[in-house]
Design a protein around this ligand. Structure first.
Ligand code: C2E
Ligand code: MG
Ligand code: MG
Length: 647
């Protein structure tokens, strides 16, 4: 009830936004009023002056003095109000309290002059429009809370009525205000009240709508600016702000940083997504507060970017990394950072982030290296990588892509038991590019399927040719990327191509790296089953290079376990190498898988592998990956012996 009453009176609680809106609308309205009154009073002064000078309708000195004073006072009030309002509109800092005082003073002056002038006019039997005009201006243009509106209008009409009533109208013989005037005044009083209340209701409702809109805008702006998960800025905001900074700041003082949490994927696998998200939030906060005077954002996944003008970024990154390393976790987490200082011609922050990212990627898996500055050495690789992404279609069309083959040897009798097909990019402009450069780049840009589909086709064509010419033709393994399964129906493509060339599926093996299988599950499992059902063998490539090795073996079935070459690296100095290898072989055997060791470079390694029962081997010791005709030469000259019975 009390609240209802307060609302009717306009005294309910108003937010600061609504109060400011009402205030602003009053100041804007007072501009119209003050401009009108200023012009009006200047005109009145000029009019009176010219009449006085021309001697028209000459009056007493008192008359002139009182009129000039009245005009001047109104003019001064309007001018002060106008100056204040213009200053406010132009965004000058003017005290709000002064605005309220001026508004009230201006209203009082206008209405009192209205009463005085109209009462005098009425006394002479003239109209009462000055009062009505002033009343309309002050009560209806300015937005008064209903209680104030009611007070102002009632008091002013009351005073005006009493003044009229006390006025002796000698010319017409009436004493006081006539009944018609009283009735008209009452009607005008009610109309003015309605106008004033209506004005308040309209403006207050506009204020509330504007407040809601601004709140919504604020929320949208917040969403548009911030990363949903971590709460720090997102790339949209980063990009816009970085563009501004690149324009306004000295570029040589700026540094773009690209930060990556090493081993975050393993953390996710070990502890689950929810804990992974918690970690991301913590790292985001660490970065945001460590670079508090810089612009920072989440780039994607576990990647963050910073644009800073402060020196000492390397030290700051190192501190964050130390904090990260001290996290209570079984997974060793590190922070890797690439830095790039923009040159005068750099305007695109994304390109700059890309370069910083490139520097960061170049130190991934480099133990102990946390910070790398982008340099011209990286520049060439960077351009090559961009070139790779832009030219993959041309490379496929123009056949820059080649298949090199590396023999897979049977350890039992030193004969060639298979080939591994490895892609090479023989570029007319850049020479032979190695997979380390183009495979990851194509994967990053989700273009790898184009290469793999091409390689499958060429491998099938080569096998067909060998079968047709009666050449030695062992199974050939092709490498597939995890993304192939996402991007295309790679199994369908494999079957379709093999069938088009009429090749028995047993002549093609599929290699999938261990890391490809992490975090996949159902879909990939079904695809692998499909591969096997179609009669292809599956090799688990690079076994032991990842973190979830044993899990992968638990989840999927493979025909061959390809032991990563890292295992042989420490041999023979590291005594553990032998023990681990022996156990891996035992594991493969117990799971019914053929064992294959890659990266065999020395006689010593080979002898050891044979002794512990490794079934197949592959490595530079036998042959580097070479074009098929070179393999044929080796087979012809006897430096490689074909397996007696083709599989
Ligand atoms: P991967 O499948 O594990 O291939 C074995 C890599 O080890 C090959 O490198 C090979 O040249 C190298 N290698 C073989 N023997 C030795 C040795 O005795 N010592 C040393 N240090 N290295 C040896 P490459 O050809 O550079 O390929 C690297 C990786 O690129 C491959 O690893 C494979 O994961 C990927 N890759 C190659 N071709 C393709 C392809 O057509 N499609 C896909 N998706 N990936 C491919
Ligand atoms: Mg392979
Ligand atoms: Mg491998």
């Amino acid at each position: 009830m009390k609240e209802k009453l307060l609302k009717i009176l306009g005294l309910e609680h108003k937010s600061e936004y609504v109060r400011n809106f009402l205030y602003a609308s009053n100041i804007k309205s007072s501009i119209y009023m003050s401009v009108y009154i200023t012009c009006m009073e200047i005109w009145m002064i000029i009019r009176l002056l010219s009449r006085q000078l021309q001697g028209i309708d000459l009056r007493s000195t008192d008359y002139y003095i009182s009129h000039y004073c009245n005009y001047a006072m109104l003019l001064a009030a309007a001018a002060v109000m106008l100056i204040f309002a213009v200053m406010y509109i132009r965004g000058k800092k003017v005290p709000q309290a002064l605005g309220y005082v001026l508004k009230w003073a201006f209203m009082l002056i206008c209405v009192s002059f209205g009463i005085e002038i109209s009462a005098a006019d009425y006394g002479k039997g003239e109209q009462v429009f000055t009062f009505l005009t002033m009343e309309l201006f002050a009560a209806c243009l300015l937005t008064w809370y209903p209680i104030f509106g009611f007070m102002i209008i009632s008091v002013s009409y009351g005073i005006f009525y009493l003044t009229l009533d006390a006025t002796l109208v000698t010319a017409t013989g009436f004493i006081g205000a006539t009944d018609a005037t009283k009735i008209n005044l009452f009607i005008m009083y009610v109309a003015t009240l309605f106008c004033s209340f209506g004005n308040y209701a309209r403006t207050a409702s506009q204020a509330r709508k504007a407040e809601e809109l601004s709140r919504m805008n604020g929320r949208l702006e917040d969403i548009a600016k911030h990363d949903e998960l971590t709460g720090i800025h997102n790339m949209l905001y980063f990009r816009a702000e970085a563009e501004k900074l690149l324009k306004t700041k000295k570029k040589s003082e700026l540094t773009f940083l690209f930060l990556d949490i090493e081993n975050f994927k393993s953390y996710n696998e070990t502890y689950g997504f929810s804990k992974g998200n918690e970690l991301l939030k913590r790292v985001a906060q660490m970065i945001d507060s460590a670079f508090s005077y810089s612009l920072s954002a989440r780039f994607s996944d576990d990647h963050f970017v910073v644009l800073t003008a402060s020196p000492g970024s390397e030290g700051t990154v190192s501190l964050i990394s130390e904090k990260l390393e001290s996290e209570d976790s079984d997974v060793q987490l590190h922070l890797k950072c690439g830095a790039y200082s923009p040159t005068e011609s750099d305007d695109d922050p994304i390109l700059a982030c890309d370069r910083a990212r490139f520097a960061c990627n170049s130190i991934k898996k480099h133990f102990g290296k946390k910070y790398r500055v982008y340099d011209s050495g990286l520049e060439e690789t960077y351009h090559l990588k961009r070139y790779v992404v832009n030219s993959i279609d041309t490379a496929v069309r123009e056949e820059f892509l080649r298949v090199y083959y590396q023999p897979i040897m049977s350890a039992a009798d030193d004969t060639v038991a298979g080939f591994e097909a490895l892609a090479r990019w023989d570029d007319p402009a850049h020479g032979v590019l190695i997979p380390a450069l183009f495979i990851t780049t194509l994967e990053e840009h989700r273009q790898i399927h184009k290469l793999d589909m091409f390689i499958i086709d060429r491998v099938c064509r080569d096998i067909r040719h060998r079968l047709d010419t009666g050449s030695f033709c062992p199974p050939v393994s092709v490498n597939l990327s995890r993304l192939d399964f996402e991007l295309v129906d790679i199994v369908g493509c494999l079957c379709g191509t093999a069938d088009r060339y009429h090749i028995p599926h047993s002549l093609i093996d599929v290699e999938i790296t261990e890391s490809a299988l992490v975090g996949q599950k159902e879909k990939l499992k079904a695809e692998l089953d499909r591969i096997r059902a179609e009669g292809f063998s599956i090799l688990l490539d690079d076994f032991g290079s990842g973190y979830s090795t044993l899990n992968v073996l638990k989840e999927y079935r493979f025909d061959v376990l390809k032991i990563d070459m890292q295992f042989l690296e420490g041999f023979p100095d590291n005594p553990n190498t032998g023990v681990i290898l022996e156990n891996v072989l035992a594991l493969a055997k117990s799971l019914g898988m053929t064992s294959l060791a890659e990266g065999v470079e020395t006689e010593e390694q080979y002898a050891f592998l044979r002794r512990i029962g490794c079934e197949k081997v592959q490595g530079y010791m036998f042959s580097r990956p070479v074009p098929i005709n070179q393999l044929d030469e080796k087979l012809l000259t006897g430096s490689l012996k074909p397996a007696k019975k083709e599989i």
